[in-house]
Design a protein around this ligand. Structure first.
Ligand code: NAD
Length: 425
């Protein structure tokens, strides 16, 4: 292990479950929840760990670890993405499932939280291998998912094609087409217009409202974005369309900087052609992690968790950090950013546009009545603006930061639902 990594491990606990617990407890303290209610809310309702044997293209058999964690169905069916990544663990899935419960509650969509994943590196799997892995996984969890039970969606390294395979496999088990079992599908299978952009567009609405509070106008703001995938690349395009200057961008290998502003449409074409942002003309190369330290108005972590840590939080030079990714800031880093008076818009608020339009997709599938894109975006804007102002008002009421406020609103809503339903039997 490199010296910096081992030092960080000693200085900071990066276990996602412990981080989730810390964030939960802060809000639970503000809400003065009793011990039994805390325990009920904090722990996942149901979890499954699987081993998936898959026949590879060369005839060999490989076995993959996979999970689905359903954190809560108190306010409605469980909802949450499916991640394909070598670092997928049970703890990570459990933490992200709880995050989904709070996120759904914060934007007041009638879902609880879930998360699933397969520990694999999709870059080293063929399309056929990925399809077999996805179908095997779906078959194994088929009894636990469904439009009224648990509705998966895309996450890191999964996409509309993955959702189409899940929908098809699940539909084979029900013996009829069941589009509402997943969201983030291709539109031809019942996917929602605006769905692909939803997380980023929701983040844009939140940023616009936050900017009014922090004195940052999106039309003139400078922006740095870590991660140039589903969320980061759309975020870059939407901000570019607003007139903002995106001055730094990174993906897992490379970072690029142009203080005059990067030509985002050209960068999108370049990334599609080369698979990377590396060597994009007109930009200086910078180490990938330097993007977090660039002086700018808005920093958008849109890659993975635990990216802003005590090691680099002191170097963040942005007025606003908008967490498009889930869990990008560690609790210690959060405190450091707070001391520097950086406005941190927490993941459960900043990227809740994704689950909001997932809810719209599920509604449209159940009704078999589809909205145009303007309708989707209009309703999304309504939800995100309302959520931002509820959180903002809560910061004033409790004298706390935006993360604590978001958790107070969300956990308060789920706690109230538990109290109203009562504990069965
Ligand atoms: P993705 O796989 O499409 O993109 C991830 C990007 O991050 C890639 O460009 C990758 O190269 C880059 N990356 C990985 N490690 C990096 C590093 N150390 N430094 C810089 N870049 C790095 O994933 P995505 O769907 O865009 O998800 C990104 C984040 O947003 C995740 O935290 C995910 O949970 C969250 N999120 C996604 C959605 C969604 O709808 N896709 C919704 C809400 C939240």
């Amino acid at each position: 292990m490199p010296a910096t990594a081992s030092a960080r491990k000693i200085l900071e606990d990066l276990n996602p479950l412990n981080i989730a617990a810390q964030q939960f407890e802060i809000a639970a303290d503000y809400l003065q929840l009793d011990a039994g209610l805390r325990e009920t809310l904090r722990r996942p309702r149901r979890s499954i760990a699987l081993t998936l044997p898959i026949k590879m293209d060369d005839g060999a058999i490989r076995v993959f670890d996979a999970y689905r964690v359903q954190h809560s169905n108190i306010r409605g069916p469980c909802k949450g993405g499916i991640r394909y990544h070598p670092n997928v663990t049970f703890d990570e899935m459990s933490a992200l499932a709880a995050l989904m419960t709070w996120k759904c509650a914060l934007v007041d969509v009638p879902f609880g939280g879930a998360k699933g994943g397969i520990a694999c590196d999709p870059k080293h799997l063929s399309r056929d291998e990925l399809e077999r892995l996805t179908r095997r996984y779906t078959y194994e969890i088929a009894a636990l998912i469904g439009p009224d039970q648990d509705i998966p969606a895309p996450d890191v390294n999964t996409d509309a094609q993955t959702m189409a395979w899940i929908m098809d496999t699940y539909s084979m088990t029900t013996r009829h087409a069941t589009p509402a079992v997943v969201t983030g599908k291709p539109t031809v299978l019942g996917g929602s217009l605006g769905g692909f952009e939803a997380s980023a567009r929701g983040c844009l609405f939140v940023l616009r409202e936050a900017g009014k509070v922090a004195g940052v106008d999106l039309k003139t703001a400078t922006v740095a974005i870590q991660g140039f995938g589903n969320v980061g690349s759309v975020m870059a395009r939407l901000l570019w369309e607003e007139g903002a200057r995106v001055i730094a961008v990174s993906d897992s290998k490379d970072g690029i900087l142009n203080k005059q502003g990067i030509d985002i449409p050209a960068l999108l074409r370049f990334k599609a052609a080369t698979g990377s942002v590396e060597a994009f003309p007109g930009c200086s190369p910078i180490p990938s992690d330097e993007v977090l330290k660039v002086q700018c108005d808005i920093l958008i972590p849109a890659a993975l968790e635990n990216q802003i840590t005590i090691e680099n939080a002191g170097y963040v030079r942005a007025k606003i950090v908008a967490e498009a990714a889930n869990g990008p800031t560690t609790p210690e880093a959060d405190l450091m950013l707070g001391r520097k008076e950086v406005m941190v818009l927490p993941d459960i608020l900043a990227n809740a546009g994704g689950v909001t339009v997932s809810y719209f997709e599920w509604l449209q599938d159940l009704q078999q009545l589809f909205w145009d894109e303007a309708e989707v975006n209009r309703r999304l804007e309504q939800v995100m603006v309302k959520a931002f102002h509820e959180v903002h008002d809560t910061t004033k009421k409790y004298g706390c930061d935006y993360r604590a406020a978001a958790y107070i609103v969300a956990i308060g809503r789920v706690a109230q639902a538990v109290i109203e339903r009562g504990i069965w039997p």
